[in-house]
Design a protein around this ligand. Structure first.
Ligand code: SF4
Length: 410
């Protein structure tokens, strides 16, 4: 069931099952918009920050009594772009509503250009434990193509400050930037390993509607790399990072032992979560909700006393089970048949037995009778496999085209 602009009382949607133990807050401000970005972002419009803060405070207050969570995640946009007072205010409003459990994980996304000693102190004092640093590349050429506003020297400086502050550090790298060679990507991987972060994510560059790169590609001004060369770069990342001691635990994610992103595991394990701010998604008691993606529209709706939720759907048990299967297969541990059936009430064979069988015969999945998991070959094409598992099958699927374009967390 899907509905648009449904008046929604979040308090009355209190789940029948366990309450979410994770909360995401979207911070939509950036200094300027990068060429490849199609996220919910307001670039160079900082005058809206006070009204955004007031709207988020109101949305949080409308969610009812405080409830403890195990993970908090401030994503964006660029949360580190907020002035110090705004950051303190947002942190306070969030933890008033979602107090963080002892030893909880609190991630804040940051741009290397914003990280100073003072900023590290500010977030540390509020209880932040982990910073996701938008490095993207150490290569001056790639950073220029991506239209990022930092350089490699700034990255090194920000990493030093974050480590000095005792924060866990996760970094993001993008591959498949037009003109990228294996040697250039090797340079990124070498620098990343030498930096010794706790966690590393690698994403293939995407060309999405709404991003400047979308129009540039249509005009022939910029040309995506071929799927084969992207796959080569992705394989290179897996080899280099796992050899360096990182655990490859999800299609796009690598972690030092004990440093997986617990918040993102919430999504991959099909657990429920809260979402606050423009464009934020929430998943509570089988209901998936999406706030208005327009930043100004989100603010105005909340100011008028309306719900920011503009789209929601109630997933039935079978859809939930199918999603759980797909998210679970993104994790390299795979999906255990017995545990899956206990949790969802559905067996993998009933839901997608023939698709699984075909993918096994194509060498994309392996199935030892108790666990189903992606093979190395399946990792290269995983995004193209999911549709066949999400819907009841009607025709024999062809071998998926190559793609490793991971979706960002909500
Ligand atoms: S890619 Fe990140 S930093 Fe660049 S505009 Fe988008 S949200 Fe902002």
């Amino acid at each position: 069931m899907r509905s648009k602009a449904v008046p929604f009382d979040a308090t009355s949607s209190a789940p029948r099952g366990a309450m979410p133990r994770a909360a995401y807050v979207h911070v939509p401000f950036c200094r300027r918009r990068c060429g490849y970005c199609a996220f919910t972002v307001l670039a160079a419009h900082d005058a809206w920050i006070p009204r955004y803060l007031a709207a988020v405070e109101r949305e949080l207050a409308d969610l009812g009594a405080p409830r403890e969570v195990d993970t908090l995640y401030f994503g964006g946009g660029t949360p580190s772009h907020l002035p110090r007072d705004a950051m303190r205010r947002l942190a306070e409003a969030t933890t008033d509503r979602f107090p963080l459990a002892e030893n909880g994980e609190w991630t804040v996304e940051a741009n290397p250009a914003d990280v100073t000693r003072d900023w590290c102190r500010t977030v540390r004092e509020r209880g932040v434990t982990r910073i996701s640093l938008g490095v993207q590349s150490f290569s001056p050429r790639k950073l220029r193509v991506l239209e990022r506003d930092h350089d490699a020297r700034r990255i090194d400086e920000s990493l030093r400050l974050l480590f000095d502050a005792g924060l866990d550090v996760a970094i993001d790298l993008i591959f498949g930037v037009p003109g990228e060679s294996v040697e250039e990507w090797d340079g990124d991987l070498r620098r990343a390993v030498a930096a010794s972060p706790h966690h590393l994510s690698t994403y293939g560059l995407t060309f999405e509607r709404g991003a400047r790169f979308w129009g540039r590609r249509a005009r022939g001004d910029i040309t995506p790399e071929s799927e084969d060369s992207e796959a080569e770069l992705f394989e290179r990342a897996i080899d280099v990072l796992t050899s360096a001691g990182f655990e490859h635990y999800e299609v796009s994610n690598f972690a030092r032992p004990g440093h997986r992103c617990i918040h993102n595991e919430t999504y991959w394990l099909g657990r429920s979560y809260h979402g606050v701010g423009p464009g934020a998604a929430a998943y509570v008691d089988g209901r998936r909700m999406m706030n208005h993606q327009g930043v100004l529209a989100y603010i105005r709706r909340v100011e008028r006393g309306e719900s920011p939720v503009v789209d929601w759907e109630m997933l039935d048990a079978e859809s939930r089970a199918r999603e759980r299967l797909v998210f679970g297969l993104r994790r390299l541990e795979g999906v255990a048949r017995g545990a899956f059936q206990t949790r969802t009430g559905h067996s993998i064979d009933d839901l997608a037995g023939s698709a699984v069988e075909r993918f096994v015969s194509l060498g994309l999945l392996e199935d030892d009778g108790s666990i189903v998991r992606l093979t190395r070959r399946g990792l290269m094409v995983s995004d193209a496999m999911w549709p066949d598992l999400l819907r009841p099958e009607v025709a024999a699927p062809r071998e998926p085209a190559r793609s490793n374009r991971a979706e960002n967390a909500p």
